[in-house]
Design a protein around this ligand. Structure first.
Ligand SMILES: Nc1ncnc2c1ncn2[C@@H]1O[C@H](COP(=O)(O)OS(=O)(=O)O)[C@@H](OP(=O)(O)O)[C@H]1O
Ligand SMILES: Nc1ncnc2c1ncn2[C@@H]1O[C@H](COP(=O)(O)OP(=O)(O)O)[C@@H](O)[C@H]1O
Length: 234
């Protein structure tokens, strides 16, 4: 049976093979649940990737509000689609309409927001998809925790290093204006922190004071994926 990356996570656990040849790994306690078992799926990640001719990974785009995260995510999504590679965008704003609609913007809620999206992104990558997550994700430790969920460097962190002044001048939703007027409290970059990555795979920024076009930025990420073999036939 092909071993999945999930199995590695629970190495050392007592494993049992049942009459169907399926591996059951008992866990007496995990989070708030007791007596739960890992069910190993007989179709593994490598088989899925071969079937759809893709290699799953997570492209995690972080940056201030207005830095261009969604724009890059959608450009990358389109460029990959044109090359016959299926990707899916998990955008912070959109997820807060559903999966994360119970969360606000306190440090705890942002951490939970990123944790949930990290878990979902991991599932997409396990399915063989190129998952593009675009969230402010202001805390380094939260992004690092998502990275740690993904094995074999399948987490590609992209930092939109757009100056606050430019983000604020764009202000497409008028939120900076409200934050400056004190009508939104705890707005990232104004009165809430943003911790830039110390080591990321890709950093996108202005060149000689000019912001590259969304297509050029998407192209830079595509080139990285190509160089690292993510777009090769499986
Ligand atoms: N207080 C505060 N701080 C930052 N952003 C705020 C806030 N309140 C609302 N918004 C809007 O929410 C969008 C960010 O959601 P995220 O899920 O990406 O945020 S986070 O990763 O949990 O920090 C963000 O979207 P983007 O502008 O696309 O980044 C804002 O439109
Ligand atoms: N590379 C770019 N060049 C010029 N304008 C951009 C670029 N990327 C984003 N923008 C513009 O900046 C604004 C914010 O972009 P958006 O993708 O919504 O940022 P975020 O998702 O980080 O909040 C939008 O009006 C968008 O059209």
């Amino acid at each position: 049976m092909q071993k999945s990356e999930f199995e590695g996570k629970i190495k050392g656990s007592h494993q049992e093979e049942n009459s169907n040849g399926r591996i059951r790994i008992p866990m007496s306690s995990l989070g708030n649940s007791n007596n739960i078992f890992w069910q190993e799926c007989p179709v593994g990640k490598l088989e899925r990737q071969k079937l759809i001719n893709q290699k799953g990974c997570v492209v995690w785009i972080t940056g201030l509000s207005g830095s261009g995260k969604s724009t890059l995510a959608f450009s990358l999504n389109r460029q990959l689609f044109s090359r016959g590679k299926l990707s899916y965008v998990l955008d912070g704003d959109n997820l807060r309409h559903g999966l994360n609609k119970d969360l606000g913007f306190s440090a705890e809620d942002r951490t939970e927001n990123i944790r949930r999206v990290g878990e979902v992104a991991k599932l997409f990558a396990d399915a063989g998809m190129i998952c593009i997550a675009s969230l402010i994700s202001p805390y380094r430790k939260d992004r690092d925790a998502c990275r740690a969920m993904l094995p074999d460097s399948n987490f590609i962190e992209v930092f939109m290093n757009t100056p606050l002044s430019l983000c604020e001048s764009r202000d497409p939703k008028g939120l900076y204006k409200l934050a400056r007027a004190g009508k939104i409290k705890g707005f990232t970059g104004i009165d809430d922190p943003y911790e830039p990555p110390l080591q990321c795979e890709i950093e996108l920024q202005q060149i000689d004071g000019v912001c590259p076009t969304p297509t050029a930025m998407g192209g830079q990420v595509v080139s990285y994926l190509e160089e690292k073999g993510y777009l090769e036939d499986q």
